[in-house]
Write a new protein. Structure first.
Length: 151
């Protein structure tokens, strides 16, 4: 393996993704070699969304990241966040949030006095044997409407 192609250090998230927080200055060619090796490794591991957090001082790494398939996600005064979906599954990286609409439900069976509870398929409570009320967030393109239900 090319000596420059050491893997980038990243933190695995609860959604089979990886977040790389770049901190030290790096030559763009070295970064490109490491990024390519890392992407190959992460694909083999079945990772999906890759996030790269670049502080302003490392703006020289934006062009190589974009050349490897990354796109802008959001920017803050101190950093730029780039993302890439490397899985063959549909891209589920959320748009940058200006707001989030959360939803929750309490579902009762009035005849048997039962309450609906669920287990998470992804996220923090995945595989933790935790039962909870159904919750989630509304997708950006979802239109809320009211429907009268029979009581």
């Amino acid at each position: 393996m090319d000596a420059r192609a050491v893997l980038l250090i990243g933190e695995t998230d609860n959604y089979d993704g990886v977040t790389v927080t770049m901190e030290e200055p790096m030559d763009a060619e070295v970064f490109t070699a490491r990024l390519r090796a890392s992407l190959s490794h992460w694909r083999q591991e079945g990772k999906k969304g890759i996030w790269i957090k670049l502080p302003l001082g490392l703006a020289n790494l934006v062009e190589p990241a974009v050349s490897e398939g990354f796109r802008y996600h959001h920017a803050e005064p101190e950093y730029l966040m780039l993302v890439s979906w490397i899985s063959n599954t549909p891209d589920t990286i959320p748009a940058n949030a200006s707001h989030i609409v959360g939803v929750g439900a309490l579902v009762l069976n009035k005849n048997t006095r039962e309450v609906l509870v669920v287990q998470e398929k992804s996220g923090y409570f995945k595989d933790k044997n935790v039962w909870k009320l159904p919750t989630g967030v509304v997708n950006e393109d979802f239109h809320v409407f009211h429907t009268k239900m029979d009581t």
